[in-house]
Design a binder for this molecule. Structure first.
Ligand SMILES: C[S@@+](CC[C@H](N)C(=O)[O-])C[C@H]1O[C@@H](n2cnc3c(N)ncnc32)[C@H](O)[C@@H]1O
Length: 188
């Protein structure tokens, strides 16, 4: 087992460290439901995961996965863009997870986009409790991916350091475009 953890799993390490039973959390990109399942296992029966996707197929796959694990009662599945998350969230959240790009196994033309992703990030930051975190797994190998990363970096680099700490976790010696991870922590 390599000691360096991949960005996708590193995101879960950060989230595990700040989510407790009973918390409200968000999966901003449900996809095939793996992060939603991970979050549902963390929040317990008293917590809730709000899970967003713009594709019916993703919402349905996520529903089936969660039903199969008997955890669907911990999740609200929402067929809407993550930039509208504040319409659905009442209260503070301890974590928001983004896994950008396209639905694995689905159409590659439905992808996350710079403007909506940054708007969703802004909405997520407003509902984050002190000590809470947002994780964003970024992919740059597909068309538009590099532009999305640029937009995210320019937004995040200007966040007030007294309010937020922003980390970028990335491999720097791979010739192809490996995914990387942004983590934003709201300071206590
Ligand atoms: C890489 S997949 C997510 C994988 C997922 N986290 C998992 O564990 O399986 C990216 C997802 O983002 C969704 N997506 C694209 N634009 C979106 C938006 N504006 N709001 C919410 N979801 C969006 C896509 O439909 C796709 O299912």
């Amino acid at each position: 087992m390599p000691a360096i953890i991949k960005p996708l799993y590193m995101a879960r390490e950060f989230v595990s460290a700040c989510v407790s039973g009973g918390d409200l959390v968000i999966d901003a990109t449900a996809g095939n439901g793996h992060d939603t399942l991970f979050l549902a296992s963390l929040v317990g029966d008293k917590g809730k995961v709000l899970s967003f996707d713009v594709q019916k197929e993703a919402i349905e796959t996520t529903r089936q996965l969660l039903e199969g694990e008997n955890l669907i009662h911990r999740v609200d599945l929402i067929l809407d863009s993550h930039e509208n998350m504040s319409d659905y969230v009442h209260g503070f959240v301890s974590a928001v997870m983004f896994n950008l790009g396209y639905l694995p196994g689905g159409e590659h033309d439905t992808i996350t986009r710079p403007e909506t992703t940054v708007n969703a990030l802004k909405a997520g930051l407003l509902m984050l409790r002190p000590g809470g975190i947002i994780t964003v797994v970024i992919y740059t190998g597909h068309e538009g991916g590099k532009e999305e990363r640029t937009a995210l970096f320019s937004f995040c680099a200007n966040l007030n350091q007294k309010q937020f700490t922003v980390l970028h976790y990335s491999v720097i010696n791979q010739i192809h475009d490996p995914p990387s991870l942004l983590v934003i922590e709201k300071i206590y």
